[in-house]
Design a protein around this ligand. Structure first.
Ligand SMILES: Nc1nc2c(ncn2[C@@H]2O[C@H](COP(=O)(O)OP(=O)(O)OP(=O)(O)O)[C@@H](O)[C@H]2O)c(=O)[nH]1
Ligand SMILES: [Mg+2]
Length: 734
């Protein structure tokens, strides 16, 4: 069944109409101080949860430390780190000045002019500005912007060679940012900064782009150009320089709010006091800095209250999301370890049994050979020899037989032990690389987010990257066959010595009684031969039966050794399963903590936008950067937001029915994303496949799918269509 549905318009409705149909409503606010209590608790609870879980995981595996340590410890350490991040975050939120001004964070490539802009905005003395070299700014710094209720933060540049520390330090400022002022330059494509842009977009931060013109005005000629031919200096159309920025943001489904050209150096020079006032005035005006200031003022006035709420929620949310991602990643690591363990255990048992059977066959044939040699001895012994001599020779034969069997069993046993160890290593190596990709994930936002973060190479990726999928060979070989079969060989040899000893110990001398009745020497010889055979052959038969018994016993001992190894492995797997269970619960709880934050944030934003009635009807909301917040509502409130969308806010709010089926809710989310009709290719139990009639860039599609999926619980696919042209002609943020 294939059908087309129109998109859902997200244009603001007439407020009077809304009031008429649904009754009066009003805007309302919760104080940030009140919100903070919940945010502090959310972060602290997340930290406690992780601490409890790692303790349980470690406790559960305490008896298996030697065999599981190299897998469990890195996992627990990663979770400990996530817990301590959350704990720090909780303290930080508790300490935060909630009434702080709107916070603009300057970010961009090294030498793009961030510090220059920072000095201008804060009226500084220019001390932070670099002189020719990369990576001048190494520490962030916050100052008030003159004349505006804005704080501006200068950060180290991203994208420099060897600049991982700078990158991390700059990103520390992101969670608390209300707006990112991305400083790009009009020179060269900024490929190196792509990762940072994609990550910012992932984090859902609002971004304003300052396209800084790098024509130098520090010499007279440059200054003159700037004073008299500013348009030429700026070089007309700047959109070409923005394409890479746009493309990187779009990879994570984001887009900048607007982009403005400025000349930071000229702006700063105009305030330096070095120029005549009228020249300074013209330079400032030509630097276009006032348009940027105006835009910042506008952002502050229009969005400060809402963005502050969003960034207040962002702080614990990002950490909780990363903790959920970490926990989820550890679950798949553990699952792959468990699969490795299980695989090793079963194939090891099978192969060990086969090898033991072979060893026992070898013992049997060694025994048969040794005994049949003695049977032949009996047949060939010279009956003319004296009794004493024959008895002596027979004793000698038995001693030889005992030694032969002892040597054979010893050698077979030692070979068996060596082979079993080789088998253990072989099997372990075979099973060491069970890829966690093969396991169905939990499918929550932690997983989707984790996949993205790994792609973008953020903090989490570094955190878990060191841990290879699958178990380590060492831990798979484990305790195998230390004292086990070795002892069994000992028992076997010991029993055999005892047996042959007893055969020799009892005087089994052959007697020639009755020989005198036969006169013919040939008769005597024949009779003696019969006697020898009659008296000695049963001894060999008895010996053979005893050796068989011993062989069975040895085999059983060997099997038992394998079995006890198997049991221990089984117990270790059970402990591992418990650990997996704990982590799965933790992942789910962390995800639901994120969902709770999203729900609270959505309620608050709705209230701030004059949808207080709808806000109190929200049962659950899910946020995905770049896409918006999907909110589950009862029929009446759903109808209200469909007819009169809450468009005044800083986040797109997408209504769904709280009673709707997963696949129809997923469709509803997608209808609000695109600005064109979409074709439903298939729609069934928790599954939706659609085609877009207006293509969207990959990252945008990904964000839509993620939001539809985490909110509805359905499995969503947007079929890929080739894109033509540049990103701005596509459907991304309507
Ligand atoms: N020509 C020109 N030069 C500029 C402009 N803005 C900054 N510069 C120069 O570029 C160099 C680096 O400027 P900074 O402001 O220190 O750059 P940054 O982005 O803070 O660099 P990092 O601290 O290394 O990340 C300095 O020599 C500035 O004088 C501009 O608009 N035009
Ligand atoms: Mg700097």
């Amino acid at each position: 069944m294939r059908f087309t549905v129109p998109n859902q318009p997200m244009r603001a409705g007439d407020d009077d109409g809304r009031r008429l149909i649904f009754g009066p409503d009003h805007a309302s606010f919760t104080s940030l101080d009140d919100l903070r209590v919940g945010l502090v608790a959310a972060a602290a609870n997340g930290a406690d949860l992780l601490t409890r879980v790692t303790a349980r995981v470690r406790d559960g595996l305490v008896g298996f430390r030697d065999e599981t340590g190299d897998i469990i410890e890195p996992i627990c350490n990663a979770l400990d780190d996530a817990a301590s991040d959350l704990r720090n975050r909780s303290l930080q939120i508790a300490d935060q000045d909630v009434d702080r001004p709107f916070r603009v964070v300057l970010m961009g490539r090294t030498m793009s002019g961030k510090s220059t802009l920072f000095e201008f905005l804060s009226g500084g003395d220019g001390a932070r500005i670099g002189v020719g070299g990369q990576r001048t700014t190494r520490e962030s710094c916050s100052r008030a912007v003159q004349g505006l209720a804005i704080d501006v933060v200068d950060t180290p540049g991203v994208g420099a060679m060897d600049g991982e520390d700078d990158y991390a330090r700059a990103f520390e400022e992101v969670a608390g940012a209300d707006l990112i002022l991305w400083v790009a330059t009009d020179q060269a494509t900024q490929e190196q900064t792509g990762r940072a842009l994609e990550r910012l977009s992932d984090l859902g931060k609002p971004i304003l782009v300052a396209l800084n013109c790098l024509a130098d005005v520090s010499d007279e000629l440059g200054l003159e150009d700037m004073l008299y031919e500013p348009d030429q200096v700026f070089g007309g159309d700047a959109t070409g320089n923005l394409v890479p920025v746009q493309r990187h943001l779009a990879r994570a489904g984001g887009q900048y709010i607007c982009a403005l050209q400025v000349h930071a150096q000229a702006a700063l020079l105009s305030t330096s006091g070095l120029l005549e006032p009228d020249v300074a005035h013209v330079l400032r005006s030509n630097s276009r800095i006032d348009t940027l200031l105006e835009s910042l003022r506008h952002q502050q006035e229009q969005t400060a209250a809402q963005r502050r709420v969003v960034s207040a929620f962002d702080a614990p949310r990002i950490d909780l999301l990363e903790a959920a991602t970490s926990s989820n990643t550890q679950v798949s690591e553990l699952r792959s370890a468990a699969a490795s363990y299980q695989g090793t255990r079963t194939s090891l048992r099978k192969r060990a049994h086969r090898r033991i059977d072979d060893a026992c066959d070898e013992i049997q044939s060694a025994t048969t050979n040794a005994i049949s040699r003695r049977e032949r001895w009996i047949e060939q012994v010279d009956p003319d020899l004296g009794l004493d001599q024959i008895n002596k020779k027979w004793n000698h034969e038995l001693k030889g037989l005992r030694n032969e069997l002892e040597d054979a069993i010893n050698e077979i046993g030692l070979r068996l032990r060596a082979d079993l160890n080789i088998i253990a290593y072989d099997v372990a190596a075979d099973w060491a690389h069970v890829d966690s990709d093969g396991f169905a994930g939990l499918g929550g936002r932690g997983e989707i987010w984790g996949n993205r973060v790994v792609k973008v190479g953020g903090r989490m990726a570094a955190g878990v990257g060191g841990l290879a999928a699958g178990a380590k060979v060492g831990s798979l070989v484990g305790t195998l066959f230390g004292p086990g079969p070795g002892t069994a060989i000992g028992t076997g040899v010991g029993a055999l010595i005892g047996l042959t000893g007893s055969l020799l110990g009892v005087d089994r001398a052959i007697d020639w009684l009755g020989d005198q009745l036969f006169r013919s020497p040939s008769k005597v010889r024949e009779r003696r031969r019969k006697k020898i055979s009659k008296q000695l052959s049963p001894l060999l038969v008895q010996l053979k039966a005893e050796v068989d018994k011993i062989r069975t016993k040895v085999q059983q001992d060997w099997f038992d050794a394998v079995e006890s190894d198997h049991e221990r492995r089984l117990a270790r797997e059970e402990a591992l399963d418990l650990a997996i269970g704990c982590l799965e619960t933790a992942t789910r709880e962390l995800e639901s903590a994120v969902a709770n934050l999203d729900t609270e944030l959505c309620r608050e934003l709705l209230r701030m936008n004059g949808f207080t009635r709808v806000a109190s009807a929200v049962s659950r909301a899910d946020r995905w950067r770049g896409a918006g917040i999907a909110v589950a509502l009862p029929e009446a409130e759903f109808a209200e937001v469909v007819l009169y969308p809450a468009t005044g806010g800083v986040e797109r709010i997408v209504p769904t029915r709280s009673t709707g089926r997963p696949e129809s809710n997923a469709l509803q989310v997608l209808r609000c994303m695109t600005t064109a009709p979409l074709t439903v290719e298939s729609m069934s139990e928790r599954r939706l496949v659609v085609d877009l009639s207006k293509p969207a860039p990959g990252g945008t599609r990904e964000a839509w799918v993620a939001l539809a999926q985490i909110h509805s619980g359905a499995n969503v696919t947007i079929r890929e269509r080739p894109l033509e042209g540049e990103p701005d002609v596509h459907d991304s943020h309507p």
